[in-house]
Design a protein around this ligand. Sequence first.
Ligand code: F6P
Length: 342
Amino acid sequence: MRVGVLTGGGDCPGLNAVIRAIVRKGVQEYGYEFTGFRDGWHGPLEGDSVPLDIPAVRGILPRGGTILGSSRTNPLKAENGVRRVKENLAKYEVDALVAIGGEDTLGVATALSDEYGVPCVGVPKTIDNDLAATDYTFGFDTAVNIATEAIDRLHTTAESHMRVLVVEVMGRHAGWIALHSGLAGGANAILIPEQRFDLDQVCAWVESRFKIRYAPIVVVAEGAMPKDGDMVLKDQTLDSFGHVRLSGVGEWLAKEIERRTGKEARTTVLGHVQRGGTPSAFDRWLATRFGLHAIDAVRDQDWGKMVALRGTEIVRVPLRDATTQLKTVDPRLYTEAGVFFG
Ligand code: F6P
């Protein structure tokens, strides 16, 4: 048995831990051989591969990024994409594919598996934590820790200058990073895409914070939108899955707060810092367990499945369940956090 492995979409801490677990268990316990495909779906599409064996995965557990590289290539949009993927799998004598990715990468794996008979198993990754059918994706915990540390640091500088600090975090159309880091960092307002925000209300929270001589920190998710108006975007470019590049709301919000309240406001956009560097212990644990269970799914020829976390158990769910709908923040969780606003 030869198994292909790829990592697609935005990278995140923990990808290497999954690859290591898949290869270690696959070689040691099942005698499998592996082919690493470079740069997500670009690898099987173009026949771009790297050798993947136990020496190749030594020492990579704590390393951020992915030794296989990543991209947002969509083979379903490429000319004869499915045919080319199948031909390359046959050329490399790959019997099964493990795709490690988020909504887009796993969406391709779903189509290849369910519609074109390519034997695929999925592993959910993304800092955004927006994949349905799993309680958590790896990468999210690390991103939340990085954002929380940034908020802690911004509190002290905001206090020294008595100014507003707006922190823009990633998360695409889900507010998980904003909610978790905002709560952990004691933000005075958390704005998420799931709930349009009222600028008057945000300014009132800011003012009330100054009244008690504290400087406000506003955490805003990159996909958050004002009640009256559209998403604020710096850039309209679409990727090959049709997504716009988010970011810009933080700058816009600071200007509006400054204009309306007369208080000085600055923005910090955390950006890719949230995705870089070594994974947290939780993400190493989760990623490793996902890898171990993914190779078991391959052994069982349980195609079209994704490994998922339910409580503390790793289970298998249909890939389709994870990719047809986004997991967004439950309004009750957001309401709960409201105690600390203002
Ligand atoms: O999906 C992960 C993510 O980091 C999002 O939070 C963000 O919107 C996007 O990827 C950024 O993508 P890129 O790396 O292409 O700028």
